[in-house]
Write a protein that binds this ligand. Structure first.
Ligand SMILES: [Zn+2]
Length: 179
């Protein structure tokens, strides 16, 4: 009887201990002071850049692959784990597949396990803009190219430090140039 009772007591103690450890970890994270703020301000329209790239649907179709056209111009989504670059660990830069604007770097890429290439920040904050996306019954924030207004993916607040953000991108919307 005693040998059965002992593990029961330790099991009931485990839950509060884990909660305490979790709170300590949270407190340490909060006081580390290394977090980086990336302002995410959804807008209605793309920014009016001087170097904006504007094409008709027919013109985009001519210059983009079918997959890139579907994602960039039709707000499509690559299949998970079949998206280009989700498993790319090479050093290099990621450009918009539509207009060639430099957007992300391998320095800010991480393995999210989602099956899509994931980054914790863009390399140039002004090269993307954000739009509220209520499609598919979800409330999400969409990430778009600031130069050609192509749809790149979405940003979520469950990413790693220092930003706590997860840019979940479609590999078909990107071009990778190895360093
Ligand atoms: Zn672009």
């Amino acid at each position: 009887m005693e040998s059965l009772a002992a593990p029961r007591i330790s099991n009931t103690m485990k839950a509060p201990l884990l909660i305490v450890l979790g709170l300590v970890a949270l407190a340490c994270g909060a006081t580390a002071g290394q977090s980086v703020k990336v302002p995410i301000k959804p807008m209605e329209k793309a920014p009016m850049r001087k170097d904006r790239v504007v094409k008709t649907e027919a013109q985009w179709k001519k210059v983009l692959s079918p997959a890139a056209f579907e994602v960039l111009r039709k707000d499509g989504t690559d299949p998970a784990f079949d998206s280009p670059f989700h498993d790319n660990h090479a050093k290099g830069d990621y450009y918009c597949a539509g207009c060639g604007l430099l957007i992300f770097s391998s320095d800010n890429k991480f393995d999210s396990g989602t099956g899509w290439p994931s980054f914790w920040k863009p390399i140039k904050l002004d090269n993307v803009w954000y739009r509220r996306d209520g499609s598919a019954g979800m409330d999400r924030i969409e990430v778009r190219c600031a130069r050609c207004d192509g749809h790149l993916g979405h940003v979520f607040d469950d990413g790693p430090q220092p930003t706590g953000l997860r840019y979940c991108l479609n590999g078909s919307a990107l071009k990778f140039v190895k360093k």
